[in-house]
Design a protein around this ligand. Structure first.
Ligand code: ZN
Length: 255
């Protein structure tokens, strides 16, 4: 029995032509449930590529409203959306792009009290937030829930991509940055050039698609650093911090 409809074959015809893709992988995308936390520059790159590729369930989470200073690097929004909730506007755009999907919008910040319920049951979480407190929380809750996490960040001309799987033995975000450490570079302090954050977001989307289709397992535990001036990427393994309160116990179970 064919798993895809005639419209699916038509809509996804170009990606189905890719040698590594097939209709079963396309169906795997339809059954997947991706959570995108943050719909700024990173989320605006991640979300349309996941929707376009046919990820069946998308949860969009962001508590902010569209501001004029967002427009240069957040192409899901236009001037008519100023003052509107990003999660709501983004969900309308994605539904318009692909009406076969279930797109849920949550116009809220991820905080301690709602994080578990918002992230539970996800195939993968894409952390597209812009501050360290949210990243620490999402990292911790993904480890509690056993959900893979693909985290992005960008400021100035620098970007970073971090791929974490709670079932693998490697360090986590908490191993890289202690919470008491001062905030790493932020867009507000360092500025940002649109394509730099776009490149990191599309890299997150690509890794998520490779993972959800099983085309290629991401290099879990890898931190990739992007330099917008040279266009070069550099890859490092995240070392486990001994006694890390987030991944330490899990890693000890596997050693
Ligand atoms: Zn850790």
């Amino acid at each position: 029995m064919p798993v895809l409809t005639r419209d699916d074959y038509n809509r996804y015809s170009r990606q189905l032509l890719v040698a590594e893709m097939d209709e079963h992988k396309q169906q795997a995308l339809r059954l997947a449930d991706a959570v995108i936390v943050g719909l700024g520059g990173l989320g605006c790159a991640v979300a349309p590529y996941l929707a376009g590729a046919g990820v069946g369930r998308l949860r969009l989470i962001d508590g902010d409203e569209v501001e004029l200073s967002n427009l240069p690097r957040q192409p899901l929004y236009g001037e008519r959306d100023l003052g509107e909730a990003k999660a709501r506007v983004a969900s309308l755009r994605l539904r318009d792009m692909n009406r076969t999907l279930s797109v849920q919008c949550y116009a809220t910040r991820v905080v301690e009290s709602n994080a578990e319920s918002l992230l539970q049951g996800a195939s993968v979480v894409l952390d597209c937030t812009d501050n360290m407190a949210s990243r620490q929380l999402i990292n911790r809750v993904c480890y509690q829930l056993g959900v893979p996490l693909i985290s992005g960040a960008a400021s100035g001309m620098q970007g970073q991509l971090l791929m974490l799987h709670p079932d693998q033995t490697h360090g986590c975000y908490r191993c890289l940055y202690a919470p008491e450490q001062s905030e790493p570079n932020t867009c507000l302090a360092q500025g940002i050039l649109g394509p730099v954050v776009g490149i990191v977001g599309t890299a997150q989307a690509l890794q998520a698609l490779l993972f959800m289709t099983s085309m290629a397992p991401p290099n879990w535990g890898e931190l990739r650093l992007f330099d917008g001036l040279s266009g070069q990427w550099q890859a490092l393994k995240v070392p486990s911090l001994k006694g890390c309160p987030v991944c330490g116990e899990r890693n000890a179970d596997y050693s």
